[in-house]
Design a protein around this ligand. Structure first.
Ligand code: CDP
Ligand code: CDP
Length: 218
């Protein structure tokens, strides 16, 4: 490992990236970058500022000066706690729309790299290993079957006391995955140098232990 080691965890929606990445960061005492939150924040900010998700220049301008912060385990926008608001399914959909715009991805690039400070970083998203941190010490492509992912998202919503419909979630997830994989810029896909971790039949602890074991061996 280098002086500022990086572990990237990319993969499709609801595969467990965020949960596993945060726990690995915790175990190692590393910083954690939830890059999806930046795209979700951008979508929410555009909505609140009345800028259409299709307006590439308008959204990129907002992304470049996103008044966002990650503090006390919460996500803030303009001084307001938006931790719950950015997790809404329609904001996830908006995030995948603005994330397909090259101008928006460029506007968020530098900001993502500033998260890399000693003692190291665990970053999760879609293009952490392919674009943002191409020289990462360990790259993981974390996935699970579509059925398992939809069920996990469903349980997550029910646990939060929200109403949820499994068929609707299946549709949302597959629409978002298809858009993320089909876009010309930074598409969702397993890089040749990324290790595949299929968590369909793994507990969270087993997935975390696998990533830690791989990292210990690099
Ligand atoms: O970040 P991403 O959308 O990939 O997924 P997540 O929000 O971290 O995980 C989705 C849900 O799956 C969470 O409720 C996790 O606790 C759960 N999960 C699981 O049950 N088993 C795993 N091996 C990984 C995640
Ligand atoms: O939690 P979930 O995996 O469903 O989504 P997320 O990681 O919060 O990301 C929301 C959306 O942002 C994704 O559907 C992607 O379109 C986009 N995204 C991206 O393009 N690149 C990243 N590095 C992270 C997220």
């Amino acid at each position: 490992p280098t002086l500022k080691p990086v572990i990237t965890i990319d993969g499709p929606s609801a595969s467990g990236k965020g949960t596993v990445a945060a726990l690995v960061a915790d175990k190692l005492g590393f910083h954690y970058l939830d890059s999806g939150a930046l795209y979700r924040l951008t979508a929410l900010y555009a909505l609140r500022e009345g800028v259409s998700w299709e307006d590439a220049h308008g959204v990129a301008r907002l992304a470049a000066q996103l008044p966002a912060a990650f503090r006390d385990g919460k996500v803030w926008l303009d001084g307001n706690d938006v931790s719950a608001a950015i997790r809404a399914e329609d904001i996830g959909m908006g995030a995948s729309k603005v994330a397909a715009l090259p101008e928006v991805r460029a506007a968020l690039m530098e900001r993502q790299r500033t998260f890399l400070t000693p003692p190291g970083l665990v970053a999760d998203g879609r293009d952490m290993g392919s674009v943002v941190f191409p020289r990462a010490d360990l790259k993981v492509f974390l996935t699970a079957s579509a059925g398992v992912r939809a069920e996990r998202r469903y349980k997550q919503l029910i646990a939060k006391g929200e109403s949820a419909n499994l068929d609707r979630i299946q549709l949302d997830i597959s629409e978002r995955d298809a858009r993320d994989a089909a876009r010309p810029v930074a598409p969702l896909r397993q890089e040749p140098d990324a290790r595949l971790l299929d968590t369909s039949a793994l507990t969270i602890d087993q997935a975390v232990d696998q990533v830690l074991a791989w990292f210990a061996a690099v």
